[in-house]
Design a binder for this molecule. Structure first.
Ligand SMILES: NC(=O)C1=CN([C@@H]2O[C@H](COP(=O)(O)OP(=O)(O)OC[C@H]3O[C@@H](n4cnc5c(N)ncnc54)[C@H](OP(=O)(O)O)[C@@H]3O)[C@@H](O)[C@H]2O)C=CC1
Ligand SMILES: N[C@@H](CC(=O)OP(=O)(O)O)C(=O)O
Length: 360
């Protein structure tokens, strides 16, 4: 469905008072990180309502010393709620986001359900903050690999136009949820103990292994994850004709994604200039020592906010192209942190100054 025709107009901004917040998918990998980040960032919370499926309803979660009872999502679950942070998958969001907005809440949705709806802003706060204010009740948090990529592309695109991007990803188990992380731990132990790893969550065992991304393959031969990178990057950066091709791979890392990125510009881009821009870019941290061969690694970013970028070099096969490498915590900046930053923007519109080259 498109949301434009069906929704009333909720307030564009979130009130500055403490908010009543529902987390839809509170027991999942992203939901749990949302709870951690709301605490860590001192987000003003008047009420926190954890929602999940009937499977985990009745469980208690601990948050800031309080016990919170997980409630099943249902028609009255959003009563009195200002903000819904949704991370329970696309079909759940499609069913419940309109119910939540009809109850007067703003929904920041982690799933892909509404991302390409023209009426729904797709926001990376460091890249296209102004886009957030054009919402009609639902805002979409982009795909995790795309969020990380746009943080590196936007400051460069603001200086010189990009012609084409070729990206290869190395994606952690966390992108497939809490159960996939558990499976990677379990099957790694099985292999180390000399056993035969048998996967039930991911399509193959990820223990000491890697495989092409597990999202459905399309007739073009690209998988959905690869096409999300194309379409979502175009929308976030406001570059509808951007040429981008991606190869997405699942690797045996618990919760940080890495990406090898080749960026072809309209004209040569001096490496030093790119390095300076990226070092100063919001949400980016440079980790780069060519003498010691020290560049970003998943362990550098695990549990941390910035996207680490490094190994910025001239592409020797093309004078107009640069290569770079990046790593970011998939659950944090790739999902929960980005969603909370969107909420922070809606509470404090003044923070939305100077976009780094994205769509508004
Ligand atoms: N921005 C991004 O790139 C990312 C987005 N996501 C999105 O977030 C979603 C969740 O990811 P993740 O936390 O890793 O997944 P998990 O599998 O770890 O968690 C899923 C959560 O959704 C809940 N849930 C599942 N089905 C229902 C239902 N029918 N009704 C209500 N709640 C339900 C689960 O509750 P229960 O305990 O009851 O099963 C659980 O809390 C993904 O499907 C994806 O759409 C995820 C990662 C990155
Ligand atoms: N991109 C995640 C999966 C995911 O949740 O993607 P999306 O939010 O676009 O459905 C991964 O690593 O697999």
């Amino acid at each position: 469905m498109t949301v434009s025709a069906t929704l009333p107009s909720p307030p564009r901004h979130l009130p500055s008072r403490p908010l009543r917040i529902a987390i839809l998918g509170a027991t999942g990998a992203v939901g749990q990180e949302l709870l951690v980040l709301l605490h860590e960032r001192g987000f003003p919370v008047a009420e926190l309502r954890p929602l999940a499926s009937p499977r985990s309803a009745g469980q208690d979660l601990e948050w800031q010393g309080e016990r919170l009872r997980v409630q099943p999502v249902g028609a009255d679950a959003f009563e009195g709620i200002d903000l819904v942070l949704a991370s329970a998958g696309g079909s759940v969001s499609r069913q419940w986001a309109p119910v939540a907005t009809a109850a007067g809440a703003v929904v920041i949705d982690n799933s892909s359900a509404f991302r390409m709806d023209p009426a729904v802003p797709l926001v990376v706060p460091e890249v296209n903050p102004q886009a957030a204010f054009a919402h009609s009740g639902i805002l979409a948090n982009p795909n995790c690999t795309t969020i990380l990529l746009t943080l590196a592309l936007a400051p460069l695109a603001a200086r010189r136009p990009i012609r084409r991007v070729v990206v290869s990803t190395y994606q952690s188990a966390s992108g497939a949820g809490a159960r996939a992380m558990e499976e990677l731990r379990d099957l790694s132990r099985t292999v180390l103990d000399g056993g035969e790893p048998v996967s039930t969550v991911l399509p193959h065992s990820l223990a000491f292994n890697l495989f092409l991304h597990n999202s459905p393959l399309q007739p073009s031969g690209y998988c959905e994850e690869e096409l999300k990178m194309l379409h979502e990057t175009r929308k976030i950066m406001g570059l509808p004709d951007l040429r981008l091709t991606a190869t997405c791979v699942r690797v045996p890392v618990l919760r940080a994604h890495s990406e090898a990125v080749n960026i072809e510009f309209e004209e040569p881009f001096p490496v030093m200039e790119a390095r300076e821009l990226l070092a100063a870019a919001p949400g980016v941290e440079l980790i780069e020592n060519f003498e010691t061969n020290r560049f970003p690694m998943p362990t550098d970013v695990t549990g941390r906010d910035p996207v680490a970028v490094g190994r910025i070099r001239q592409d020797l096969s093309d004078p107009r192209a640069l290569e770079l490498w990046l790593c970011g915590d998939q659950i944090r900046k790739g999902a929960a942190l980005n969603a909370i930053q969107i909420a922070e923007l809606l509470r404090d519109p003044a923070a939305a100054d100077a976009p780094a080259g994205g769509a508004v």
